[in-house]
Every structure is written in structure tokens, then in C-alpha cells.
Design a protein around this ligand. Structure first.
Ligand SMILES: [Mg+2]
Length: 258
């Protein structure tokens, strides 16, 4: 039996640069839904995502963490700044847990208000929300090329499925499926998919996710590519196991030859 060939893609940092959208949506969630006494949201903050936020982005795994980060950055007292950023990044996961505890927040609730903030923008001005995403057109074209060649594409993301699909539709990309955070961990999804598809590759910008895929016996055969154009820590590019290939955006076309 021959399996249908498929290529898998992460979404944020691979198909689109969504940093502006994450900043905007998280800030709006802080302003409208978080009810925190520790912040004041100056409207000027919406103009651009600060570098500090961009520098922390490579550590983020789930969308709700963005709300914690934005809240830390805009706090009126003892905000997160350049001088204490390294401490925050070096113990990133412990810090996220600490902040949840200190504020008596639950991760799932933060995810809900992030989604609520997106829905609010979509209802109010869909076009403006879409425009906060900057597509990587090399990837968009690559996905279209694959589909011309009869190779399916699939998207696995930690963003909500419905929001991802709205953006993909704007880009005229219609993958075989999109899995969002609602569908469980990427590794479990890949495990399941490998039972029904021949997976030609998985392009992702979170190195730890690719390492987990390679270390799991059920998924270790999947060719893994680390997206050089995504949200990488500088150190991610070094000491890369030979099983995970660093992929440059201008070399993406080479993969069509697979
Ligand atoms: Mg990503």
C-alpha cells in the first residue's frame, strides 16, 4: 500500500510572521479583558511591537504566554526591561508558571481572552486584523507548488485553528487539514498522521519541537527542517543534531525536488 505524500508546516514563524498580530491581540486582551490593576494601556503602545517582545518570542510555546509577557512589559511598576530580560528568558518556563501563580491566572483562561481579542478584531475590522500578518511568500508559493505536484500540505500550529484557517484562506492556501492548539501536542498529531501519510518533511521554527519529534520512535523517521527565517534563538543555529536540517528561505525550492 502506498501512502499519500504530505508536507507539514508550522504556521507562525514559518508561513507568516505574526509578531505584530500577537503584540496587538495580546495588548488588546490585556486592556479589555484581563482586569489587571497593575497596567495602564497607553494607545501609543499599539503602534509597534517593542524589540523586547520580539526578543522573547523565540522562547514562547503557547499563545497564552504572550499575554503574560505583554503584561510584564507594560506593568506600571517593575516592568520587564532590557536589563532584567536575560533572567526572564533564562528561566522562561518557571517565570511563566510563577506569573500565573502570582496573579492567580489559569493558562486556559488567558488563551480564551486572547481568542476573544482576535474575535473582537475580526468582527470589527477583518482586513486590519489580516494585515497584521506578514506572509513569507516563498513558503506560500512552495505550498502551492506542492499541491500542483499532487503532494498534500498540512498545518500544525499552537494558534487557534479557526484563526489560522482565516489567514490561510486569505493567502489562497487550502491545506488538507489544519490542527490548532485544540488538537493536542504536535508530537501526538505527527504520530497519528504518520500512520496514514508518508510525511516528506516538517518545517518548524521551534527547535525543541523538532528534537521531540526526532526522539520519539514513532516519528523519528520524519525529515525535520528548522526554519531559519522564523523566531529562532541565536543558539538554535548551533549544535544542531545532524538529523535536523537548518533550512534557509532562499533554498526552499530545493525541497520540491523531493
Ligand atoms: Mg512557529
Amino acid at each position: 500500500m502506498s501512502f499519500q505524500k504530505i508536507f507539514l508546516f508550522d504556521f507562525d514563524g514559518v508561513i507568516v510572521d505574526g509578531i505584530k498580530e500577537y503584540w496587538h491581540s495580546s495588548l488588546l486582551a490585556c486592556e479589555k479583558y484581563l482586569n489587571s490593576p497593575y497596567i495602564y494601556v497607553d494607545q501609543k503602545l499599539y503602534k509597534r511591537a517593542p524589540n523586547l517582545f520580539k526578543e522573547i518570542r523565540p522562547s514562547v510555546k503557547y499563545g497564552w504566554e504572550m499575554i503574560l509577557i505583554v503584561h510584564e512589559i507594560i506593568k506600571t511598576e517593575n516592568p520587564l526591561k532590557n536589563n532584567n530580560k536575560d533572567d526572564f528568558i533564562n528561566n522562561y518556563h518557571q517565570n511563566c508558571q510563577r506569573l500565573l501563580n502570582e496573579n492567580s491566572w489559569i493558562a486556559g483562561d488567558l488563551q480564551k481572552i486572547l481568542d476573544k481579542s482576535r474575535n473582537y478584531q475580526i468582527d470589527k475590522d477583518f482586513k486590519s486584523w489580516v494585515n497584521l500578518h506578514n506572509p513569507f511568500f516563498e513558503i506560500v508559493n512552495f505550498m502551492k507548488e506542492l499541491s500542483k505536484r499532487g503532494i498534500k500540505t498540512g498545518v500544525i500550529t499552537t494558534k487557534g485553528k479557526i484563526f489560522t484557517e482565516k489567514i490561510l484562506k486569505q493567502l489562497n492556501i487550502f491545506p488538507e487539514f489544519t490542527f490548532g492548539y485544540e488538537s493536542g501536542t504536535k508530537i501526538k498529531i505527527a504520530e497519528k498522521l504518520s500512520q496514514t501519510y508518508e510525511i516528506l518533511g516538517f518545517i518548524e521554527d521551534r527547535k525543541k519541537t523538532l528534537i521531540d519529534i526526532k526522539q520519539n520512535p514513532e516519528t523519528s523517521h520524519i525529515p525535520c527542517f528548522l526554519a531559519d527565517w522564523g523566531y529562532l534563538k541565536e543558539s538554535d543555529r548551533f549544535n544542531l543534531s545532524h538529523e535536523i536540517k537548518l533550512l534557509k528561505l532562499d533554498r526552499i525550492k530545493d525541497l520540491v525536488a523531493i
